[in-house]
Write a protein that binds this ligand. Structure first.
Ligand code: 13P
Length: 252
């Protein structure tokens, strides 16, 4: 199989620039060399530039948690893909459920952000996932299909796109999806990508799982063939737990 696994930390609104710098200095020194996995941290905007200076010539990649789709202008409070490109950002997370649910981002906004990101040669991590009531109503696959189809509208080439399946009910709750639940959705997503983009794209796309990933469940999750990595919130903020997640055994 061509695709590598990706272990990504989403730091959300945690860590000052000083704390971020301290963390990545220790991370880059402690992390082992791997051929089968990529490592990524996504700090807050204020930390991105100092983190970029430390990580630029290392194997650890850095990314942003969000970006705006205009290059510049009167958009108070926003940061553009162009600004991120200038400091060498490798990835941008697009459409995280907190962006969708707290900041009311729509699939159309996310679609524009993804287009802008991949046009800049940066990898877009498209986040999708159902809420608890949607799962309970049996709508999980419908929700995922709608989010993916709309967010990828008019995008022809998906080689710079990663999909992260993050069930909203599993985020920050300590209650991860079981290996079985994650496997079913990951298979569904790969099948959908095959339908939309063909077999080769489906085989190459990385599909990550996110939602209460921790040292205790990483090995089981990574044992699943269709899980190509994880997007980790809380457990990526501490060096020892993030290092243990990076060093998962049992890669599928
Ligand atoms: P937790 O790992 O804290 O559940 O967060 C998951 C997440 O939202 C990653 O983007």
């Amino acid at each position: 199989m061509m695709r590598k696994n990706l272990i990504a930390g989403n730091w959300k609104m945690y860590k000052t620039p000083k704390e971020s710098v301290e963390f990545v200095k220790q991370l880059k020194d402690a992390v082992k060399v791997y051929n089968d996995r990529e490592i990524l941290v996504c700090p807050a905007f204020t930390s991105l530039f100092p983190v970029s200076e430390i990580l630029k010539d290392t194997s650890v990649k850095f990314g942003a948690q969000n970006a705006y789709f205009e290059d510049e202008g009167a958009f108070t409070g926003e940061v553009s893909v162009k600004m991120l490109q200038d400091i060498g950002v490798n990835y941008v997370i697009c459409g995280h459920s907190e962006r969708r649910n707290i900041f009311m981002e729509t699939d159309t906004d996310i679609n524009k952000k993804i287009m802008k990101t991949i046009a800049a040669g940066i990898v877009a991590i498209l986040c999708v996932g159902e809420k608890l009531e949607e799962r309970e109503q049996g709508k999980t696959f419908d929700v995922i299909e709608r989010q993916i189809t709309k967010c990828l509208d008019n995008i022809e080439d998906i080689k710079n796109i990663v999909i992260a399946y993050e069930p909203v009910w599993a985020i920050g709750t300590g209650k991860n999806a079981t290996q079985e639940q994650a496997k079913d959705v990951h298979r569904f997503i790969r099948g959908l990508i095959e339908k939309l983009y063909g077999k080769e794209s489906a085989e190459n796309i990385q599909i990550l799982y996110g939602g209460s990933v921790k040292p205790e469940n990483i090995d089981l999750l990574m044992g699943e063939e269709d899980i190509d990595g994880v997007l980790v919130g809380g457990a990526s903020l501490k060096l020892d737990s993030f290092l243990r997640i990076i060093d998962y055994k049992n890669g599928g």
